[in-house]
Write a protein that binds this ligand. Structure first.
Ligand SMILES: Cc1cc2nc3c(=O)[nH]c(=O)nc-3n(C[C@H](O)[C@H](O)[C@H](O)COP(=O)(O)O)c2cc1C
Ligand code: SF4
Length: 435
């Protein structure tokens, strides 16, 4: 739903159906809305059967990579005698993405239920929910809901009288984007510096505290009780033709549209419908220039690509970008693309954990070169230098923060070269002093 706008008829509200309803935040209110049915049903099934149902639904991770959720759960070892952990990634710090915080603000029990269900399926007795440090209201709402869930027997040593032990611990981050990367997040929970770890070993083998761990995004986990309640076939049927991308997706839309907000769409909905129908179109007198569809870390799309794009994992790739976490930044013809790309590079340079040379040096130098171009002091060879640096920053580092910085730079140069030229040849006044 486009909260605070009413639900648009073109939306498919599953996760967002009760956004804006204060009563849905309470245990009793959530129960009245069908809450905790999925968990009860799952607890009556064998853990393997729960995993099979999630696999059959086609649910893919909503944190960015789109990895199949049931398959990820099935990687957890069985009968190993070790403690298993579930971690919920509620760090949500990607520029442009603001969906998970709405799930936590309005439907905290949906997330708690999803966490308990997933913990049961993977054999974990404890789940950590890692919440972005700046999320003051979601933190308060989640703290209250967790206490209520314990009081009502939905969490604890004997969940709903089944003898199952499921505990949830909330952990508050300190405001670092890199702590959203799964292994950096685990280091952070352990009290270490939030540096990504080299993989392998993958979390299912050695994750939190060195134990088998599954990590999932808030939206991923919140979807699972609906799947168990209504069945995998129902969830699979929520797609407009592409069976590889099923279910609904919360899309955060920001930028130059009339009605920015969160919209929940059936996978495969045209981007055009979202921008021009649900979001009310571009600001008056303006036309679409570009879209960054997946949060800031994916290639930029031109207006033509956006016009052809179907919003599902494969549809966005077909138009040269990625769905990522589906934070859509919409830019109109007043946008200075060179300035925006510089602003993104500066963000990544600031957030790099600095372990990898290509990332530490690459994000810093690309920012400096873009600054030089914006100051009107760019040189023709800067294009090749930026592309060479981006090449070095892609696919060679411990995590993909480095690739994320390179993606908008490379696509920006390829698709909006004229705007760089205008700074080079003096057709455009410098936007920055100095450099
Ligand atoms: C730099 C960086 C930041 C990330 N930030 C987040 C985040 O805030 N939330 C999230 O769910 N995933 C984030 N991810 C992806 C996680 O590493 C991980 O893939 C995800 O939590 C897995 O959950 P899913 O399978 O449910 O998508 C980030 C990845 C990178 C490289
Ligand atoms: S790519 Fe960057 S953020 Fe990721 S581990 Fe290396 S230095 Fe750190």
């Amino acid at each position: 739903m486009g909260y605070p706008h009413p639900i648009h008829p073109g939306e498919t509200p599953v996760l967002s159906k009760h956004f804006g309803e204060a009563e849905a935040r309470t245990f009793a209110g959530w129960r009245e809305r069908g809450g905790y049915e999925g968990l009860r049903k799952a607890l009556a099934m064998a853990p393997e059967a729960v995993i099979e149902e999630i696999k059959a639904s086609g649910l893919r991770g909503r944190g960015g990579a789109g990895f199949p959720t049931g398959l990820k759960w099935s990687f957890m070892p069985k009968g190993d005698g070790k403690p298993h952990y579930l971690v919920c990634n509620a760090d949500e710090s990607e520029p442009g993405t603001f969906k998970d915080r709405e799930i936590m603000r309005w439907t905290p029990h949906a997330l708690i239920e999803g966490c308990a269900l997933a913990a049961y399926a993977i054999g974990a007795e404890r789940c950590y929910i890692y919440i972005r440090g700046e999320f003051t209201e979601p933190w308060t709402v989640m703290s209250r809901a967790v206490a209520e869930a314990y009081a009502e027997g939905a969490l604890g040593d004997n969940v709903f009288g089944t003898g199952r032990k499921i505990h949830v611990t909330l952990h508050r981050g300190a405001g670092a984007y890199i702590c959203g990367e799964e292994t950096a997040l685990m280091n952070s929970i352990e009290g270490r510096r939030g540096n990504p770890r080299i993989k392998p070993p993958f979390p299912a083998v050695a994750g939190l505290f060195g134990m088998p761990t599954t990590i999932n995004n808030v939206e991923t986990l919140a979807a699972t009780p609906h799947i168990i309640t209504h069945g995998a076939a129902w969830y699979k049927s929520l797609c407009l033709g592409n069976p590889k991308s099923t279910g609904t997706k919360l899309i955060s839309v920001c930028g130059h549209v009339l009605r920015p907000g969160n919209y929940e769409l059936t996978m495969g909905t045209p981007m055009r419908t979202l921008i021009y129908d649900m979001c009310g179109g571009m600001l008056p007198g303006r036309t679409l220039k570009a879209v960054i569809p997946g949060g800031s870390s994916v290639p930029i799309m031109t207006a033509e690509e956006a016009d052809r794009c179907l919003l599902d994992y494969e549809g966005v790739v077909e138009q040269g970008s990625m769905l990522g976490s589906a934070g859509m930044i919409v830019m109109d013809d007043s946008t200075d693309m060179v300035y925006q790309i510089w602003r993104l590079a500066r963000f990544y340079a600031h957030e790099s954990c600095a372990q990898c040379t290509q990332c530490r040096e690459g994000t810093a130098w690309t920012t400096r070169i873009l600054e030089r171009i914006l100051a009107g002091k760019g040189k023709e060879e800067d294009f090749q230098l930026l592309l060479d640096l981006s090449e070095q920053m892609t696919g060679k580092t411990i995590c993909v923060l480095s690739d994320s910085c390179a993606a908008p730079i490379v696509s920006g140069i390829q698709k909006f070269r004229g705007e760089f030229d205008a700074y080079m040849n003096g057709a455009r006044q410098p936007a920055l002093a100095g450099a």
